[in-house]
Design a protein. Structure first.
Length: 295
């Protein structure tokens, strides 16, 4: 059996779209259609219902999906064994939050280009839920999670560092630079611009605020750290973010630290799928991530 047909089947089942599957596989959409039909003919079952909104996996397709993934995983292990002892090469896709993609990971990629020039690293911004789903589906090889705990089914994670958090406001805000720390009750009277729901440190901070106001805190959540930071720099309120994302604003004087309740650092977890192949290229990227984050 041609494993290319299985790869197309698995990709289409995950994306639910012939267009998306073709783009991910770098194939023409017509080629995806032909490959799926060829596999259906070879197996003697219909794998997808073709609907106006996309491709829906049939009951037979769902039964065969896990088996197809096992075959593709075995193929990956075979190729890795054949390449053992040779130069480390391959593509490694790393998922991480916007914070880490913009502040920590460029240096990791630069270091890998020097030490492993044949390893191609792709960075994909992803929150925790998207990163875990990406590991499970095979879209991601590694993920960095800003989470206190990373107990997800099928995922193994190692805590490799802690990311310091800081409560900040605009330089001209009344809370900027004062000596007496603000308490939760005082902070709850302010407007806050936090990262999106599902972000562990933002959720934890929001929980503390809401606990002292019965849910009446003025709280806005953004999918972009840059949007939250810009609102705060404009004097509209406060935010809590990893220090690395506001360091430039603190140095330039557009932002200031707010003395307040202790904000615990957030752990950085390096995660991968428990059962999927840990290729030499992925191992090289993981080792560099650990080295730089622990430095």
């Amino acid at each position: 059996m041609d494993t290319r047909l299985l790869r197309t089947f698995v990709t289409l089942a995950r994306t639910g779209s012939f267009t998306a599957a073709a783009a991910e596989l770098h194939l023409a959409q017509s080629t995806v259609t032909v490959q799926v039909r060829t596999l259906e003919k070879e197996l003697g079952v219909r794998l997808f219902d073709r609907l106006p909104r996309g491709a829906l996996v049939t009951e037979a397709g769902r039964r065969l999906l896990a088996e197809a993934e096992e075959v593709l995983e075995a193929e990956s292990r075979l190729r890795a064994a054949a390449a053992e002892g040779g130069p480390v090469r391959g593509r490694v896709v790393v998922g991480a939050g916007e914070t880490l993609c913009s502040t920590r990971l460029p240096g990791v990629v630069a270091a890998l280009r020097r030490t492993h020039p044949d390893v191609d690293v792709s960075l994909h911004p992803a929150g925790t839920s998207a990163a875990v789903e990406g590991l499970r589906s095979g879209r991601l090889d590694l993920a960095l999670l800003l989470e206190e705990q990373a107990a997800f089914a099928g995922i193994t994670a190692e805590r490799i560092a802690h990311e310091p958090l800081v409560l900040v406001c605009a330089a001209g805000h009344p809370l900027a630079g004062r000596e007496r720390p603000a308490g939760w009750e005082e902070l709850a009277r302010e407007s806050f611009f936090l990262h999106e729901q599902g972000c562990s440190y933002s959720d934890r901070f929001a929980h503390e605020l809401l606990a002292v106001t019965d849910g009446r805190t003025r709280l806005t959540r953004f999918g972009s750290i840059e949007a939250a930071r810009a609102c705060v720099a404009a004097g509209l309120g406060l935010t809590v973010l990893p220090r690395a994302t506001v360091e430039e604003g603190l140095r330039a004087g557009s932002l200031a630290v707010v003395p307040g309740p202790p904000v615990p650092d957030v752990p950085v977890q390096l995660a991968r799928h428990r059962r999927r192949l840990f290729s030499p290229a992925a191992r090289a990227v993981a080792d560099e991530l650990v080295r730089q984050f622990r430095a």
